[in-house]
Write a protein that binds this ligand. Structure first.
Ligand SMILES: [Zn+2]
Length: 512
């Protein structure tokens, strides 16, 4: 059996459909990696889903004047449909269910029974008149580390966790005019500092595969005292906590991350027909799988720090994730996507107008891997035409006259094909996976094919290299590759010296 991977994309909140900001980073990256790994003989389980336990569902529902459960159910369906429309082929799409809840409690209950979760009084902001506690989306203020304005929980700018009680100048987005107080309330917490040494060792061992901003943030967080991780919250929206000391509280949605990861893996295995017991194997030590998260920068604490610490607390019972491929924010016309301000491009709207291969290519090319990048509809039109559609259509037209012929391929062309494949592999392989470089490599190769003046003597070489580029681009250009595969009359073998070129599809024209 070849290498096995578990690929996970943290679930978006079920408080709306997916816009391009969601799709451009982790989802497309994970899908492209999964397709590439499978095409090169490795097996992959690809899990994601939608999360309905975050308080963002309540605050969004209130703005829209709908019931939170109704919003969550509708959004969950929309998210699954949009992923499908974009060709992002998640195996296990995990949503709340009894099995999901069992997986989450399967991580927390053993720690509770072993006395590793402790009851501590924690100061929380509350509405002064009703005493209602405010956490996560219910309270906003400035980050105590970097001063950026954020809801409580995690800072999008610096990546640090933000305890609700530590927000500077907190206010309630739902009730901006009502005064807030600060009151202590006993909640269950997980003392992160007890796992500092093991956590540091694991993260230091794997930081060579992380992007620089992630390494910087992790080192900064680990250089300071590690604050307790809240396990429960004294609010009503979320998964009820089954622990008597905190009766009436819910599980903090952020600590569902580990149970969700294990559940999404098992669900993915089931969808791919892997026997049930084997579905949990990847999370057993020595299970043989390599676990990779593709996530937004703001998720680094929940998955790479708190998530790993919770796994470590089980004392070697679980395998630890190895890769954390973090993305920065994707913006629209150099401003943050904002649903409330209507500054947004929905994935399903764009895919209704533009072939999804073009969207996938442009999102890959502009992927926010190292810093914020921006989507522009005009730039997408210009760039996809000049780098992809034009060069490809002219290339396909040069192949067409040779359809049905048997042509020789030179040694020199076989060597060139190996170089092309190696260049793509360099951008597709973990940990230095890069959507941007893969799209750039594709553009470079298409430009070369576009400039090639084909004659009878080198038509075989040309067709062979076109085919190589198309095969290497298949994880990104999923429809073009499918159409080309359907047009194939003889399965190509890169080792043979003769090929039968196929009739290649073109963008934006009748296929034939
Ligand atoms: Zn911050």
């Amino acid at each position: 059996m070849g290498e096995q991977f578990v690929v996970l994309v943290p679930r978006p909140n079920a408080n709306g459909d997916l816009h391009l900001g969601h799709l451009a980073g982790p989802f497309l990256a994970a899908d492209v990696f999964t397709r590439y790994a499978r095409a090169t003989g490795r097996s992959v389980l690809f899990g994601s889903g939608a999360q309905d336990t975050q308080t963002y569902i309540v605050t969004t529902a209130e703005k829209l004047g709908v019931e939170p459960r109704e919003l969550a159910a509708r959004s969950t369906k929309e998210i699954a449909t949009t992923l499908d429309l974009m060709g992002i082929a998640v195996d296990g799409f995990a949503v709340s269910s009894d099995e999901y809840r069992r997986a989450v409690l399967g991580i927390l209950e053993p720690l509770y029974s072993a006395g590793k979760l402790v009851l501590r009084p924690v100061p929380l902001p509350c509405l002064q008149d009703t005493g209602e506690y405010l956490v996560d989306a219910y309270v906003q203020g400035r980050c105590p580390v970097c001063l950026a304005e954020n809801p409580a929980g995690l800072c999008e700018s610096c990546g640090h966790p933000i305890a609700a009680g530590e927000l500077i100048d907190p206010w309630s987005p739902q009730h901006p005019d009502r005064p807030l107080g600060l009151r202590e309330v006993p909640i269950l917490v997980f003392p992160m500092s007890e796992y500092r040494d093991q956590l540091h060792e694991h993260l230091a061992r794997n930081e060579g595969g992380m992007r620089p901003h992630m390494v910087q943030a992790i080192r900064e967080i680990m250089s300071r005292p590690l604050s307790d991780l809240p396990i429960t919250h004294p609010v009503s929206w979320g998964m009820p906590a089954p622990f008597p000391e905190v009766s009436g509280q819910v599980i903090s949605p952020r600590v569902e991350a580990v149970g969700w990861s294990i559940y999404a893996t098992a669900l993915s295995a089931r969808q791919r027909g892997v026997p049930p017991a084997a579905g949990h194997e990847p999370w057993r030590p020595g299970g043989g799988s390599r676990i990779a998260y593709f996530h937004g920068f703001d998720n680094l604490y929940a998955f790479a720090i708190a998530g790993v610490a919770l796994l470590l607390a089980h004392g070697g019972r679980y395998a630890l994730p190895e890769w954390f491929i973090a993305n920065e924010l994707y913006e629209l016309d150099n401003e943050k996507f904002s649903t409330s301000r209507g500054h947004v491009v929905w994935g399903r709207d764009l895919v209704a107008e533009v072939p999804r291969d073009l969207i996938r290519f442009y999102l890959a090319l502009t992927s926010p891997e190292f810093h914020r990048t921006s989507f522009s509809r005009d730039a997408m039109t210009t760039v996809t035409e000049s780098l992809l559609v034009g060069p490809w259509n002219r290339t396909a037209a040069k192949v067409r006259p040779w359809a049905g012929h048997t042509l020789p391929v030179s040694q020199r062309s076989q060597a060139a094909a190996e170089r092309i494949a190696a260049r793509f592999a360099a951008s597709y392989e973990l940990p230095y996976f890069s959507l941007h470089r893969s799209a750039h490599t594709l553009a470079t190769q298409l430009d070369r094919l576009d400039r090639w003046s084909v004659c009878t003597d080198d038509a075989g070489d040309f067709c062979h290299e076109v085919e190589t580029v198309l095969r290497c681009a298949a994880p990104i250009l999923i429809d073009l590759a499918d159409q080309a595969a359907m047009a194939t009359t003889v399965a190509p073998d890169p080792g043979v010296t003769e090929i039968i070129p196929r009739r290649l599809p073109q963008f934006g024209r009748e296929q034939g």
